[in-house]
Write a protein that binds this ligand. Structure first.
Ligand SMILES: *Cc1c(COP(=O)(O)O)cnc(C)c1O
Length: 466
């Protein structure tokens, strides 16, 4: 058939809008959005004709395309997903889920006026950070504290304040890139500090630092290599040694510890992850860390250390640009309150709770989830298996936490197809595929989401007509 004849056979927009499946969509979606989908589907089909990829107009294909585009529109926007990946601090999935007190605090300050910058004692202007600062000081033992937008901002602000136009000495083994966009060398350039690399990738000695120090040295910087481990023939200078060197030369020492845990995980059988308290105790002048990694709070960058340096940062104009809003502050305060009692923190902060909960507990939960899936649909084969969870968020990269998973498959569907369907469910479910089976790790799934998962499998099973 000639292309022009095919064009004439393309349906009109109104005809498609009259279809019952499309009318159903119109009940819940703006008309404009549905119209856009219809026009786009017809245009796409026209392009297929132009490209010589179709030789007859199949009305139902166009209709399917309309629905497909509408489904695509629906999954836009920031929304809840179910993390069945087993990666606890999943940066792409928003890192930490907030504990209850943090959520209550957000609700409260969002709906009301607050004393954000108002001193209730004096009735005069107060300081935005004073509320949370006391708490951070108490928990970390630091003289002073400041909160900014994220840890990248914290590092930049700290370097800009104490090392602008000066040299920052850092080991080549610590020039890390985190999550594709945070690169220590780039952040330094922005801050106005110039980077002096010492040592080699696998070995850096104290004398490497000593040799690099001159009258223009602004800071000795230690970066926690949070998302990788160098194994084998390695040598790194201990923190205490670096502190001694910094004292001897009257040069401040700063540490970016990334994850920033306040809990010593080695007590619970994990590899030792440096704590903020330990760095402060060792005499590090400035320590920076994230609020939403191992701490389990909102996105934030926390700076703690000697007043001499932190107070100067508070005066830096950059601080204004990097400041956090009342909701972040209140969420951080709510999270930190739990840390006043370590066992409360572990019980109530989801990130800590997930990392530390036993695999036996996950096994029991896996049985419950599997039963729910089997009760709602008989179209899939399910089994419970051992596997490993990861901490994620560039923290404890080598730590494999024993866990239990539910594996699901149907021999008539490719696992990739099933994965896509789950991802595009009304509440998206993010899973892994291993051995051609859908793998769902109980460690990162909440009990309240079991029914949603079971229902999604039913919906997918029904649609696939298998
Ligand atoms: C994660 C991380 C950062 C970046 O922190 P954000 O809070 O994501 O900005 C910086 N340094 C280290 C060592 C990190 O692990």
């Amino acid at each position: 058939m000639l292309k022009n004849d095919l064009f004439r056979k393309l349906p009109k927009v109104d005809q498609i809008l009259d279809e019952s499946v499309v009318k159903d969509e119109l009940k819940n979606l703006p008309r404009k959005m549905v119209m856009t989908a219809v026009r786009r589907a017809i245009d796409n089909y026209r392009n297929l004709i132009i490209d010589g990829k179709v030789f007859e107009v199949k009305y139902n294909d166009i209709l399917r395309e309309v629905i497909y585009i509408i489904e695509g529109f629906k999954i836009r926007g920031l929304k809840k997903v179910i993390n069945a990946s087993g990666v606890v601090i999943h940066t792409n999935l928003g890192r930490s889920v907030l504990p209850k007190k943090a959520i209550d605090n957000i609700m409260n300050v969002a709906q009301n006026y607050t004393n954000l910058e108002y001193d209730l004692e004096t009735g005069k202007r107060g300081l935005r950070y004073s509320h949370v600062e006391e708490l951070i000081k108490k928990l970390t033992g630091a003289q002073s504290a400041l909160v900014v937008n994220n840890n990248a901002a914290a590092v930049m602000l700290a370097l800009n304040t104490i090392c602008k136009d000066k040299e920052a000495v850092v080991s080549r083994g610590q020039l890390v890139e985190i999550g594709g966009s945070f690169r220590i060398p780039d952040v330094m350039t922005f801050s106005g500090a110039s980077l002096v690399e010492v040592g080699t990738t696998n070995r850096t000695h104290l004398y490497d630092y000593e040799r690099a120090i001159n009258e223009n040295t602004g800071v000795l910087l230690k970066v926690h290599t949070s998302n990788f481990k160098i194994l084998g023939f390695t040598e790194d200078v201990a923190l205490d040694e670096l502190v001694k060197l910094s004292r001897k030369n009257l040069i401040p020492i700063m540490e970016d510890i990334g994850s920033g845990t306040l809990v010593d995980f080695s007590k619970y059988g994990f590899t030792y992850e440096p704590t903020v308290q330990r760095s402060i105790e060792s005499g590090v002048d400035v320590v920076t860390f994230s609020g939403d990694k191992m701490l389990g709070g909102p996105q934030a960058g926390i700076i703690v250390g000697k007043s001499k340096y932190v107070d100067k940062m508070k005066q830096n104009q950059l601080t204004r640009a990097l400041r956090v809003d009342k909701m972040t502050l209140s969420a951080l305060e709510g999270t930190l309150m739990y840390y006043m009692n370590e066992s409360k923190a572990i019980d109530n902060i989801p990130t800590l709770n997930m990392i530390l909960s036993s695999s036996e507990k996950q096994k029991k939960r896996a049985q419950v989830l599997m039963k729910k899936i089997k009760d709602s649909t008989c179209k899939f084969e399910c089994r419970i298996d051992n596997d490993y969870s990861l901490v994620g968020g560039g923290s404890m990269p080598t730590e494999k936490i024993p866990t239990y998973v539910v594996r699901v498959k149907n021999n008539q569907i490719e696992p990739e197809t099933l994965e896509t369907k789950l991802r595009k469910s009304e509440v998206p479910i993010i899973v892994r595929i291993s051995n051609d089976e859908i793998t769902m790790d109980l460690r990162t799934i909440f009990d309240k989401d079991f029914d949603i998962i079971a229902k999604s499998f039913k919906t997918i099973g029904d649609l696939l007509k298998i």
